[in-house]
Ligand binder design. Structure first.
Ligand SMILES: [Zn+2]
Length: 141
């Protein structure tokens, strides 16, 4: 497939000074806020070319206001997230205390039951050692 001369010119127009295809980015600060531009993908040759004309003053103000609102919203989200995490931490600590207390109660109950069982059971008969499979050493000769 062949390209038209205009397509080739457009491609060449977007090559940076070190003959790589430039990349498109957007400036998000200063007087050029909202403007797209192209630059060297490696950032080595200093190639820079604006894609968009400058925004009007009102457009720049509107973008800055949107950025400010986004930051406020992000900070609110962070505060809500932190409050929720703190709430979960408190709940977790409460549950841990309840669990520890009930575990201690259960352990005490086990000790009481064990003692009752031991008191109620018959004394344990001493176990005779199992008879050896071999005769005593004295009889080896
Ligand atoms: Zn370059």
């Amino acid at each position: 497939m062949s390209r038209s001369l205009d397509e080739c010119d457009a491609i060449l127009d977007n090559m940076c000074d070190c003959y790589r295809m430039s990349v498109e980015k957007t400036r998000w600060y200063g007087d050029a806020i909202g403007r797209r531009y192209r630059e060297c993908p490696e950032g080595v040759c200093g190639f820079h070319k604006w894609v968009d004309p400058p925004l009007c003053t009102r457009g720049q103000e509107a973008l800055r206001e949107l950025q400010r609102r986004h930051e406020v919203s992000y900070e609110d989200d962070c505060r809500r997230r932190d409050a929720l995490l703190a709430w979960y931490d408190r709940r977790l600590e409460d549950e841990r205390k309840k669990f520890t207390e009930s575990l201690a109660g259960l352990s005490l109950l086990c000790d009481v039951v064990k003692n009752l069982v031991l008191e109620a059971s018959d004394p344990v008969e001493p176990v005779e050692p199992a008879p050896s499979l071999y005769p005593p050493m004295e009889e080896w000769e």
